[in-house]
Design a protein around this ligand. Sequence first.
Ligand code: GLN
Length: 480
Amino acid sequence: MSLYQKTAHELNELLATKQISSVELTNDLLARMDAVENSVQAYVTETRELALAQAQAVDARIANGETLPFLAGIPAAIKDNICTKGIKTTCSSKMLANFVPPYDATVMEKLQAVNPVMLGKVNMDEFAMGGSTENSAFHITRNPWDLTAVPGGSSGGSAAAVAAGEAIWALGSDTGGSIRQPASFCGVVGMKPTYGRVSRYGLVAFASSLDQIGPITRDVTDCAHVMNAICGHDHRDSTSINADVPDYTKSLVCDIKGLKIGLPKEYFVEGMDAEVEASIRSAVKELEALGAEIVEVSMPHTQYAVSAYYLVAPAEASSNLARYDGVSFGHRADGTDIVDMYKKTRNEAFGPEVKRRIMLGTYALSAGYYDAYYLKSLKIRTLVKQDFERAFEKVDILVTPTAPTTAFKIGGMIADPIAMYLQDVCTIPVNLAGVPAISVPCGFAGKLPIGLQMIGKPLAEDTLIRAAYTFDRQGGHLSG
Ligand code: GLN
């Protein structure tokens, strides 16, 4: 097995025992990028020189006899909506095509402390709006399992890079499923932490009450290690939770005896692929055989979650994106007067999906429609949250499909926004409720991977890691 195919924990072992150097490992990843990036196109900006300099620094410290943090010297990719000081952060938008942040996001500061190697910034749907990475203003990204299929989105570059061996792990962001759905489509592990568990400071805002950064990794062990590195309170994000962060690697144990797992019947939706449903049902049997107790639960407001999300998220987006006016940063067009300049700037630099969301959100927030749309969607959000609270009185975690289908064809859905929005049916309620969830590979339909979603109580990422680890360790889920 080549180095680029290994997990972070395998590589950590090889680095710590001096069987390989970080420069050797980084060069292996760069060679892999040379070989496949032309077809996968996961990256927006490659930072090869920085990566090699970081690798050299790690090697020098290892040679010095220092014991380094777990992720030290291991190459990673960062979604291009996370601010990186001195390195372009484009959000895959023409608006920010030349934006170089003057500061690091809190997650980047935290990562500097564990000395990873940064290979570059990865592609996404523009401003994280989408589920296929086709909304990138620069180029599409292809699914490494099938180059004619999408990698999912909006963190499609992150998931594709990890699946293709172009990064060992990556950071993504998840507002309505953008970590979990691409993880599911690309056969990797993706976790959306509890809202507030990871600081959003320096994450370019899409829908601030829903956005959350999280890891995309090759297995659950790596997920626990990245969570250890990025979680924690941050005074610069007022919604950040001030609670202790456990050592998530302590949850890497195979033990789900007596764990109560709820199976919400509303998540097995009409139009779901039969193979996806069969794979999820067989995963549930496996979990039962491992000692879990399976309980059927009902979450009656699930059916309204997509509609509520597609009002709340665009409403917040329309407000967040008002800052792109051609004045402080980003693209600026010439205009005959200031209003003309605003109009031209925004018209030239936002893509069609971003414009659609701004219009939807502005409409939902406008006088006369606020109560009918925005306020009503907030009430639905409360009902969806209560569905989770009620379910979690009876069970420890919930298990559902991550997405109703496997990766769809490039171009297959882009002309039909509603069909694309319905793809998010299993992931959106989790963001509305603010609870954590993880997607782990559970099987294949043809050559395309299927993801199993596990949803936890607020701040119970440790339980999710334990359950997902126990399931993942059974093996056989990715041997398609
Ligand atoms: N697909 C969803 C959307 O388009 C989710 C996006 C996300 O989580 N960033 O809004």
